[in-house]
Design a protein around this ligand. Structure first.
Ligand code: GLU
Length: 305
């Protein structure tokens, strides 16, 4: 099957990718390649940047056979594009300044029908005098979306129709940097991405992103939110869980092909290269449950008979 369009992987360069990240990247790549799409990489470096992390992530992706088309896009080089989108929303009367601190938001009651921690709307109805007073106090202001809905539906290849909350999401942080939820929507559209494959921890944020796309007149991509990798305690895999990066595995004597084999096995395939995995890939038969990883049982000598 051949379709136009593109898929993508969009890591935050906060450190080395771990096996969970690599597995999601391999899946996003296989979804794109198996449908004739281009595959793009975007480094989401608007915050949490560790120097040297981005080139290392690219090397690790290449080492497990994830290849990409065209130049890598860096969000930090695209600030004017996000600002233009924010200005369009502001010109349409769809934004307002918010002076609340994180603590104030936590202390306020959650928005009616909103998810835990969603913005209660404190600054939405401030008078212009109240706005001026807070500005004069020197409170830094974030810019929020004035949403007209409380929920929005999306379609997901793995989860089907999914309805989730939409709140007055931050578009520009109080430090002036565009927020993730705005940047991701603007970039996916600008890069011609019509297939978003990512970890299912982002599923609850997707309705607000799709809603934001409609306000900006952008088309909504197809989504596939794939199960995460969990540690033995059932929590999302993290670097402190042990030897979970490609570098860690290589230091233990494994090769990148061994790591591909581990990831392939976790998906029900038998492959030691990304192309072997692609030949077997079937999006409809993917595991729907998280992969619970016992890092200590991954060693080559344990796996080989
Ligand atoms: N940069 C995000 C992360 O590393 C992923 C965002 C996305 O795929 O939309 O968690």
């Amino acid at each position: 099957m051949t379709e136009a369009g593109a898929g993508r992987y969009a890591p935050s360069p906060s450190g080395d990718l771990h096996l969970g990240n690599l597995r999601t990247a391999l899946l996003a790549w296989a979804f794109a390649r198996s449908t004739g799409r281009r595959f793009l990489l975007r480094i989401e470096d608007l915050d949490r940047v560790r120097p040297g992390a981005a080139p290392k992530q690219l090397d690790d992706l290449a080492a497990i056979g994830v290849d990409w088309d065209g130049p890598v896009v860096y969000q930090s080089e695209r600030l004017p594009i996000y600002r233009a989108a924010i200005e369009r929303l502001t010109a349409a009367g769809l934004t307002y300044e918010c002076y609340c601190t994180r603590k104030e938001i936590q202390q306020a009651a959650t928005a009616p029908h909103g998810p835990m921690g969603s913005y209660p709307g404190t600054c939405r109805t401030l008078t212009s005098a109240a706005h001026a007073r807070r500005r004069a106090e020197g409170r830094p202001a974030a810019l929020r979306l004035r949403t007209a809905v409380t929920e929005f539906d999306i379609d997901d290849d793995l989860h089907g129709r999914y309805r989730g909350p939409v709140d007055d999401v931050v578009l520009r942080r109080a430090d002036g940097i565009p927020a993730y939820n705005l940047a991701v929507v603007v970039d996916d559209a600008a890069q011609g991405i019509d297939q978003v494959v990512r970890g299912d921890d982002l599923l609850p944020s997707t309705p607000r992103q799709a809603y934001l796309a409609t306000l900006l007149g952008l088309s909504i991509p197809r989504y596939a939110h794939v199960p995460l990798v969990l540690n033995q305690e059932g929590r999302r895999l993290a670097k402190r869980d042990g030897a979970v990066t490609l570098t860690d595995r290589i230091e233990l004597g494994e090769t990148p092909d061994d790591v591909i084999a581990t990831l392939a096995t976790s998906l029900g395939y038998s492959a030691t290269s990304s192309s072997e995995l692609l030949a077997q890939f079937n999006a409809r038969q993917l595991p729907r449950e998280p992969w619970v990883l016992d890092v200590n049982r991954l060693l080559q000598r344990d796996r080989c008979p």
